[in-house]
Design a protein around this ligand. Structure first.
Ligand code: ADP
Length: 733
C-alpha cells in the first residue's frame, strides 16, 4: 500500500515537473544533476538521461555552473541569486537557491542531503524586444537618458554618453542628481516632470567637447497615470547656434557698414533742408526731401534687420522707465497724421486721463505703436478709420490699434508674429513689406514682460493689442534741462569718421559749444588730459583701441575721471557703457536735438533762473515751458512728484510750479519733502490747482508761496513767477 501511495505521489510529482512552464533543476551536494524537468531539457538542449547523473557543467552554462558551485560552497549561509545566461540562442534567467538537509525519501535512515534548486525562465523574447528597442534608441543621433521614479538612472543611450561623457554611463543604475549628470546648475527639471510638466532648456557643455545641447525633460506616466520617471532627450544644436550666430554677426556687420555712410547722408541732407547751407529753391527742396525720405526708409530697414539680429543673439538692451503710454501714443499718432490724411483714413485716439505709467523702453514701445499704426493704415487700402486706445486693465496698461481694413484670416492670425511671415495675397504683395515688423514687436513687448495679440475678421478689420505692466514706484528719471543755458562749454568729439565728427561739431557749435575733435583713442586721451572738456562724446568703434577700453581709461585717470562721457554708438551697448561709467548713451544715426539736450543737461550751467514745472498734464507743461523760456527762464519739466524730487536733487531750481493731483507722488507730498529739507526749504513753490483743496492737508498747502487756480493764462503765470522771484531776491537783499 505504501508502495502504491509512493508510486502515485511520484507520478503526480513527475506530471507537475513535466507540466511546469519554468525549467526546474535540482543539483546535489556533489554538483551532480539529480533532477531535470522537460522544460529545462528543452531550454538547455541536453537530454535528461544524459544530464541527470552528470556534473552541472553538462548544462553548457558557465554562469550556472559557477553559481551552483559557489552556492554549494557557501552551504548554510548561501543566498538565492539570480543568474542570466545565454545557452544557444536562448536568454535564460535562473534563480539559484541553495537548500540544506532535505531528507532523501525512500533512503534508509532518512539521510538528508544539501544541494541547489534552480528555476529557469526563458526571457529570449523579452531580451530580443529590449535589444531591438535599445538598437533603435542607440541608432538615433539624439541622446536619451531615462530616470526611474526614484531618480535612478535607468538607461542612457550611446549618443547621450558621447554628448555628456562617460560619467553618464557610470551613472546608470545609480541615483545621480540631475545637475551632476548634465554639469549644469539651476533648478532640477525632474521636479517639474514629477508634476507632469515638460521642460526645455539649453545647456552648454565643454567636456568631452564644446556643445550646445537642447535638453527636453518629459514625464513618463503609467497606465493609471502614476509617475514612472522621466525621459530626458538631448538634441545637439551646436551647429544651428553657430550658424545663427554667424548670420547675426554678418547681418550686424553689414548693417553697421551701411549705417556709417547713411549717418552722413542723412545728417547733411537734414542740415541742407534746415537751411544750414544757405537758401535752397523749391525744386532742390523737393528733390532733397525725396533723398531724406528714402534715407529714412533705408535707416528703418537696417534698423529692422539689426533689431532682429540683436533680439536673436540676446544683445538687445531695453530701458525700464516709467512711460505715460498716452503720451507715447499721441506722439506715434502725430507721426502718421499726414500719411493717414493722404490715404483718406481718419485717425481717432481714445485716451483716458489719469492713467498710471507703464514700465518700458520709451523708444522701443513707441516703435511698437508706430509699427501697429503703420500696418493699420497700410492694410486699410479703402480708407476707413484707425482707432488708438490706451486703457488700464488690473495691473497692466493695454494699448490697442483697431482698423477697418482688409482683416486677416484665422489661419494667418496664428502665424502673424513669426519672422518674415506675410499674408500671401495679391493685395499684400502689392502693398509690400518685409514681414519683420510684427515679429520685432512681439519680441520687444515680451522682453518687457508684456504680451501682444491680434483679433481680426477677414474683410472687416483688425485689432492689434499689447499689454505692459504698470511701472513700479522706484522707476524715476531725471528731467532734462531746457532753455537758455550758459554757452561756451567745451565738448571733445571722438569719432574715427571725420564726416561724422564734423556733423556732431556742427550740431553743437550751433548751440554755442566749443568743439575739439579726436579721431583715435590715443588722440582722444591726450586731448582730454590737455583740454579738460566739459563733456566727451565717444563713438566706441575706433581704429587703434577699443572704445570701451578708452572709456575705462578715461574713468580711471584722475585728471579725466569727472568728465561726463556720452557714448554715441551703432553697437547698441547701453548696459556696458553705463557700467563703464558713461553718463549717457545715444544711438546712431544721431538725432541732433536729443544730443544737444543730453549735452545741455550734462554741462548744466544755467545762466538764468531755473523753473521746475511739475504737472502730469503734458499739454500744460509744454505751454508753460514755452512761455517761461520765452521770458528767459531755463526750465526743467517733470511729470509726477517722484520725477520732481529727482530734479530738485540734481539741480536746485529757483522756483517750482507745482500741480497737486499727480500719480506716484502728489503735490502735497512734494511740498512736504521740499519744505522739510534744509537745503531746499527756500525754493518758492507756486501751486497750480484745478481741484478742490484737501481740507485735511491745508496746512501743508500754506507753506507754498502762491496759489493759482486753473484754468489760467500762461503769460499771467510767467508774470507771477517773476514776481515771486523778485520778492525772494528783495527778501534776501
Ligand atoms: P510687413 O507689414 O512688413 O509685411 P509685419 O510683420 O508688420 O510685416 O506684418 C506681417 C503681415 O501681417 C503683413 O504682411 C500683413 O499680411 C499682416 N498684417 C499686419 N497688420 C495687419 C493689419 N492691420 N491688417 C491686415 N493685415 C495685417
Amino acid at each position: 500500500m505504501a508502495d502504491e501511495g509512493n508510486r502515485r505521489r511520484n507520478h503526480g510529482l513527475r506530471m507537475l515537473l513535466a507540466g511546469a512552464g519554468e525549467g526546474l533543476l535540482v543539483i546535489g551536494a556533489d554538483a551532480v544533476v539529480r533532477l531535470m524537468n522537460e522544460t529545462a531539457e528543452e531550454m538547455f538542449g541536453v537530454k535528461r538521461a544524459e544530464a541527470v547523473g552528470s556534473e552541472v557543467e553538462v548544462l553548457g552554462s558557465r554562469e550556472i555552473a559557477g553559481s551552483v558551485r559557489k552556492g554549494l560552497e557557501a552551504g548554510k549561509g548561501g543566498r538565492a541569486r539570480s543568474v542570466r545566461t545565454e545557452v544557444g540562442s536562448r536568454h535564460l534567467t535562473c534563480m539559484v537557491r541553495p537548500f540544506e538537509g532535505v531528507p532523501v525519501e525512500g533512503d534508509e535512515g532518512d539521510e538528508a542531503e544539501d544541494g541547489v534548486a534552480i528555476t529557469i525562465r526563458d526571457d529570449t523574447e523579452l531580451v530580443e524586444c529590449r535589444e531591438r528597442a535599445e538598437a533603435v534608441l542607440a541608432s538615433t543621433g539624439d541622446g536619451l537618458i531615462v530616470l526611474d521614479a526614484d531618480g535612478t538612472v535607468g538607461y542612457a543611450n550611446p549618443a547621450a554618453v558621447s554628448m555628456l561623457g562617460a560619467k553618464v554611463k557610470r551613472a546608470v543604475g545609480r541615483q545621480v542628481p540631475f545637475a551632476t549628470l548634465l554639469g549644469e546648475e539651476g533648478e532640477d527639471p525632474t521636479e517639474a516632470a514629477r508634476c507632469g510638466e515638460r521642460t526645455v532648456r539649453e545647456i552648454v557643455v565643454e567636456k568631452p567637447e564644446h556643445r550646445v545641447i537642447e535638453v527636453r525633460t518629459n514625464p513618463v506616466k503609467g497606465r493609471h497615470d502614476e509617475y514612472l520617471g522621466c525621459a530626458i532627450s538631448l538634441h545637439d544644436v551646436t551647429a544651428e547656434r553657430e550658424i545663427a550666430q554667424m548670420k547675426n554677426e554678418f547681418v550686424s556687420t553689414v548693417s553697421h557698414e551701411l549705417r556709417t555712410p547713411l549717418t552722413s547722408i542723412k545728417g547733411y541732407v537734414d542740415l541742407i533742408l534746415d537751411g544750414e547751407a544757405g537758401e535752397i529753391n523749391e525744386i532742390q527742396q523737393e528733390f532733397l526731401s525725396i533723398v531724406q525720405e528714402n534715407s529714412d526708409r533705408l535707416v528703418a530697414l537696417i534698423n529692422d534687420m539689426l533689431d532682429i539680429s540683436r533680439i536673436e543673439s540676446g544683445r538687445i538692451r531695453l530701458k525700464r522707465e516709467p512711460l505715460q503710454l498716452v503720451d507715447v501714443a499721441l506722439g506715434a499718432v502725430e507721426t502718421f497724421r499726414t500719411l493717414a490724411e493722404g490715404a483718406g483714413i481718419e485717425l481717432v485716439v481714445k485716451l483716458p486721463e489719469d492713467l498710471p505709467k507703464a514700465a518700458g523702453d520709451r523708444d522701443r514701445i513707441g516703435q511698437v505703436m508706430m509699427n501697429l499704426i503703420s500696418n493699420a493704415i497700410k492694410y486699410s487700402p479703402g480708407g476707413g478709420t484707425v482707432t488708438v486706445r490706451v486703457r488700464k486693465d488690473r495691473d497692466r496698461i493695454i494699448t490697442s490699434v483697431t482698423d477697418t481694413g482688409i482683416g486677416i484670416s484665422k489661419k494667418d492670425q496664428k502665424k502673424l508674429f513669426s519672422k518674415f511671415y506675410r499674408v500671401d495675397s495679391s493685395l499684400t504683395r502689392e502693398i509690400g513689406g518685409t514681414g519683420l515688423g510684427l515679429s520685432i514687436c512681439k519680441s520687444i513687448v515680451e522682453l518687457q514682460g508684456g504680451r501682444i495679440w491680434a483679433r481680426s475678421e477677414e474683410g472687416e478689420g483688425s485689432t492689434f493689442s499689447f499689454a505692459l505692466p504698470i511701472a513700479p514706484a522706484e522707476l524715476i528719471r531725471t528731467p532734462y534741462l531746457q532753455g537758455p543755458l550758459e554757452g561756451g562749454g567745451t565738448v571733445l568729439v571722438v569719432d574715427r569718421s571725420p564726416e561724422v565728427a564734423d556733423l556732431v561739431e556742427k550740431y553743437l557749435r550751433k548751440r554755442g559749444y566749443e568743439v575739439i575733435k579726436a579721431y583715435s583713442g590715443a588722440e582722444a586721451m591726450r586731448q582730454a588730459r590737455e583740454h579738460r572738456p566739459d563733456v566727451i562724446t565717444l563713438d566706441v568703434i575706433l581704429d587703434d583701441v577699443d572704445g570701451f577700453d578708452l572709456l575705462g581709461r578715461l574713468k580711471d585717470d584722475e585728471s579725466t575721471a569727472d568728465i561726463p562721457v556720452v557714448v554715441l554708438s551703432i553697437v547698441c551697448d547701453e548696459g556696458k557703457s553705463c557700467r563703464l561709467g558713461a553718463a549717457e548713451y545715444l544711438e546712431k544715426p544721431i538725432q541732433s536735438d536729443r544730443l544737444v539736450q543730453v549735452v545741455n543737461s550734462l554741462v548744466g550751467k544755467v545762466s538764468s533762473p531755473l523753473a521746475l514745472i511739475v504737472d502730469d498734464d503734458r499739454a500744460i507743461v509744454d505751454v508753460l515751458a514755452k512761455t517761461l523760456r520765452g521770458k528767459g527762464f531755463a526750465v526743467q519739466c517733470a511729470y509726477d512728484g517722484a520725477e520732481a524730487m529727482q530734479a530738485v536733487k540734481a539741480q536746485k531750481p529757483d522756483v517750482m510750479l507745482l500741480d497737486l493731483k499727480m500719480p506716484v507722488k502728489d503735490g502735497y507730498q512734494v511740498i512736504q519733502e521740499v519744505k522739510s529739507a534744509e537745503e531746499t526749504r527756500g525754493i518758492p513753490i507756486v501751486v497750480m490747482t484745478a481741484h478742490r483743496i484737501d481740507r485735511e492737508r491745508i496746512d501743508i498747502l500754506a507753506q507754498a508761496s502762491e496759489q493759482i487756480h486753473k484754468p489760467f493764462d500762461a503769460a499771467a503765470i510767467a508774470e507771477r513767477v517773476e514776481e515771486v522771484l523778485t520778492k525772494r531776491a528783495e527778501g534776501a537783499a
